[in-house]
Design a protein around this ligand. Sequence first.
Ligand code: SF4
Length: 431
Amino acid sequence: MASTEQGIVGRGNSEGARLFREWFDGLGAAAEADRRAAYVFVMGSLAELLRCFDFPIVFPEINSLQTAVRHVAHEYLDEAEDYGYSPDICGYVKADVATQLRGGQLPMGRIPKPGIAVLTNACNTYVKWAEIWGRMYGMPTFVLDVPGSRAADLSPSNGQGAYANDLKYVLAQLRELIELCEQTSGVRFDIDRLRESLDHANTMSSGWARVLELNRSTPAVFSALTDGTIFMGVSNTLRGSPEGATYFTQLVEELEYKQLHGIGTLTEEKYRLIFVGVPCYPMFRRFAELFSEWGGSFVNSTYLWFASGGSNIGYQYDLARPLESLAEGLMLSVRSAMDSMFFQTEPLLRMIKEFDVDGVVYHPIKSCRTVSTGLADSRRDLMQRADIASLFIESDMMDRRVVSEAQMKNRIDAFFEGLATRKKQQALVAG
Ligand code: SF4
């Protein structure tokens, strides 16, 4: 490997892991000092605003999925189920309940208790989840109601009517949230701090949009399933920070370098795939290998859209009107995150063309109904509108009791055999 490559290629993954560890160490220090945190969710975290009040920021969804990646989720799930939570509710909630029962202890360290919870209506589980902390700690909860897509004329281009009203509605809620944050943190709101944080968020959002776009190249420069999840982790946890901005600037540099030099994420890319749903965290690496062993490369996923809170749209805040722009960015990105869960056919059709895709892998999971409900219908819709291979495999993002590697492997192998036949037929027709 040339020396430039040694410095650049793989930097996004190693730096992402380092930043993630540092972020977690910071949470551990906050827990030791008994500081109270802002508990937030990936779809509409508002981290760029909450930073202005010096809250340590905890993402319970990310903490929970880490228990699965580290193969201890079942201990947390069992504990929450023994406590009374049903096996069929969101696994992230249950892992978090057990975390709270353990005084915030996670395999990566300890998290501080919540001083405030801030959430949007992007997933209805968020609302019930925050009620649990309310009962445990008696802290305030702020639910931001973000109006979703209801009709085609809500686009910003018309800027009037429903769109303008929706914007006013979100802005009014943000003003209320700022008051609550001031009361809870004892820190006065400083619009210049917000400007600074939005500026960093702008660099991160445009970087994230560019990263996703770069995977149009053949071979794909990163795996949307594995590498993409690391990049997105930084995008969420460091949103609005200078470290996050530097990370994305360097990540774009790395992936542009890979594109320029034809360096793919796989040695031999045979099939280009899109992933729809939430990853199988109990066997995160192995799941990806079941595809990469066949030369299957995940070039994009709906997960990288909705779980980045819609940052994929690359919205740029206008620093001359920070609050109004924050309201608009929040509304558009959360709306886009919701659309990528509920109305994904159109963007998938576009992506199949733009990313030169051979197949779509649907992965509905038992314990996230928000993302999984309707995926079978969604797939049927896509099949009717595009001549594309697809695979539908069910498992879970947390619960290893419903994850069977052997069953998955059979289905995945059959999918690739079908893809190989399809490619041969296409070559015959073309040639
Ligand atoms: S989106 Fe799914 S995984 Fe996330 S909180 Fe809602 S139900 Fe749980």
